[in-house]
Design a binder for this molecule. Structure first.
Ligand code: PBG
Length: 347
């Protein structure tokens, strides 16, 4: 079939660029040089945005690797202070503590003990570094022998209201050690109000609550459960953590926690839920935090170790995406390494 166009004429015109509209608006102007990109960047990550998680275990002089989370360790209280000091020196404003108790039982007995790992770590870190904010994660799952986030009824269901009372006792025991922020991550109903009341009645009105208001039942917590030894012995967390298809419900959970007295609301995980961060940011007028969780950390570490991705670039892209979505506080296992790179870049 012969074409009605003169192919040779058209391609020579295209080669010369004639006869084509010339763009008058050229967004590329603002991307020309590194300085131009820096000047026009809409968001910037700084060490002040970051929170480093620290896993605290019993014993002394312990620094134990976590196989699924390269470069993250379990620390005994004495070593946790050193880790916290390293974070503070890098300009990170806060650490979040997770505790692994010496024993687990059905009633999570170690959760509210004054000699529990988190309680001891709070006291030691606040003593050594009074200006560093100490956040304590508050949940039953590291303390129960069955690995569930709350206490069970005789037929093996999670007993919401009995679990809330346990968490309120835990919040009080953290407050007594000098914690700055308690962070309930259990997803029981009504726990923020219960905790606020318990704290206020005991004279701890200054202790803030950062609630994991929007926590999804996610596959991305896998490596954390190795780090905290908190894999449920039976069943899963779908009866209390949120269902991934739901976003309107996330706004409901966030508004509910703010009404109950949450000072900061958190969305977790980060990467598959940035749309949720956007919605929550629009709905509330308190700071919004996001938790870049263990599985998100391990995926990057694993791919980088194989040379499949550039770790630093991937991390920077991921963390700035959290800011772009509207999170002002980012909990991430990369906090120390990001802050160290930022400090180096400034020198
Ligand atoms: C519960 C808790 C979990 C995480 C933080 N708090 C685990 C879970 O809900 O199963 C996960 C954090 C991560 O994966 O990095 N105490």
């Amino acid at each position: 079939m012969s074409s009605t166009f003169d192919q040779t004429k058209i391609s020579s015109e295209l080669r010369e660029g004639a006869a084509l509209p010339v763009p008058t608006i050229r967004p590329r102007r603002l991307r020309r040089t590194a300085a131009m990109r820096r000047l026009t960047a809409e968001h910037r990550v700084s060490a002040s945005d970051l929170v480093q998680p620290i896993f605290v275990v019993p014993g002394e002089g312990v620094e134990r690797d976590i196989a699924s989370m390269p470069e993250i360790k379990q620390f005994s209280v004495d070593r946790a202070v050193g880790e916290a000091r390293a974070c503070a020196a890098l300009g990170i404003p806060a650490v979040i503590l997770f505790g692994i108790p010496p024993e687990k039982d059905d009633e999570a007995s170690w959760l509210a003990r004054p000699d529990g790992p988190v309680q001891r770590a709070i006291r030691a870190i606040k003593f050594a570094l009074p200006e560093l904010l100490v956040i304590a994660d508050l949940c039953g799952c590291e303390y129960t022998s069955h690995g569930h986030c709350g206490l069970l009824t005789p037929d093996g269901e999670i007993d919401n209201d009995r679990s809330v009372a346990l968490l309120a006792r835990g919040a009080l025991s953290y407050a007594e050690c000098g914690v700055d922020i308690v962070a309930p991550s259990d997803m029981m109903d009504g726990r923020v109000a219960a905790m606020r009341t318990a704290l206020d009645r005991a004279g701890h009105a200054d202790v803030a609550i950062m609630s994991y208001a929007v926590k999804y039942a996610s596959a991305f917590y896998g490596p954390f459960r190795e780090a905290a030894g908190s894999t449920p012995a039976f069943g899963d967390r779908r009866t209390h953590q949120m269902d991934p298809p739901n976003a309107r419900e996330a706004v409901k959970e966030a508004l509910l926690d703010v009404a109950e007295g949450a000072d900061i609301v958190l969305v977790k995980p980060a990467l598959s839920y940035l749309d949720v961060v956007v919605r929550v940011r629009r709905a509330v007028n308190v700071p919004v935090a996001v938790y870049n969780v263990s599985g998100e950390y391990s995926m990057i570490k694993a791919a980088a170790a194989r040379g499949w991705i550039d770790e630093d670039r991937a991390v920077d892209e991921l963390i700035v995406s959290c800011k772009r979505a509207g999170a002002g506080i980012i909990i991430t296992y990369f906090a120390k390494s990001i802050a160290a790179r930022l400090a180096k870049a400034q020198r």
